[in-house]
Design a protein around this ligand. Sequence first.
Ligand code: FO1
Length: 311
Amino acid sequence: MTKQKLGIFCGGSGSSKFVRPLSLYLPFHSLEPCFIVNVADNFWHYGVYVCPDVDITTYCLSGKLDQKTGWGIDGDTRNFVRNYALLNPDEAWFGLGDSDLALCYRRTELLSQGWKLSKITEYFRERLQIKEEIIPASDESVQTYILTKGGKMHLQEFWVKNRGEPEVLNVEYSGLTKARPVPKLLEAISSKVLILPANPISSILPTLNLPRVREKLSISSSVIAISPFLGTNAFSGPAAKFMKAKKIECSSLGVAKLYSDFLRIFLVHSSEDPSVINRIKELGVECIKTNIIMRNRSDQERIVNEIANLI
Ligand code: FO1
């Protein structure tokens, strides 16, 4: 039986818990997941091009992800960074494991031979025997910068080097006006779409704001999203800090407003405040309460089945 494509918007660690369960259980519902991944946290470090969200998704799907951190490869060694730190301690703040470095090194080689990021990601997918499509949102460079009292810094510098501590004044993207979505992204969102819980500002908006993406979602797609918030707390990462800086309510309601021009169904956690749910419904979005916290395999299967039934 032919399977229907489901375009799935992903970020990094926040979405990682959902990626493998979706790949395992969606095919039983005749759905073929296509993972559309944020590229706005990509950056150059140690002389290589690192694409954290693309790599997190790749490692999830190949069963290699370090589940404890939500990034990197399980059991990876750190010889490179440890030795680099002896020579250049100020720049050794990014914990790239040795096997992870090998992948980033190969990506850098292929980029220097003129390959596009989407082609390189496809090549890695084949080498690592991953069945599912992984679509980096754009082949062009898009960068997320965080404006703080101490100055402007790249997202990775804010989150990893400075441990997400500086007060955030604003979040800006560079390259977004010139970047185009890769053609496969537009194909993957032509019918059914799922947006995973991820930082809306730094992981989802950079993809949504690429030319034609929002327009295509509002015209032709049926879109379900899972909230990355429980009350006023984000499940992971600096989402609340970024939303506050952008003067957007730090809650599921704030996220629903960001997606309201195309969102059809929003899944929020069972304990979500009824007044928040009513206000989401007033936006014209169907809001469904369910347990969106995944603790074990049966939670994973349950959530994927619920999503598949809604689709
Ligand atoms: N996050 C950290 O908090 N500390 C790290 O040292 C770190 C290293 C790292 C290496 C490879 C990779 O693909 C991701 C890595 N991350 C690390 C995660 C990453 O900074 C963020 O989770 C994403 O960029 C958020 O979208």
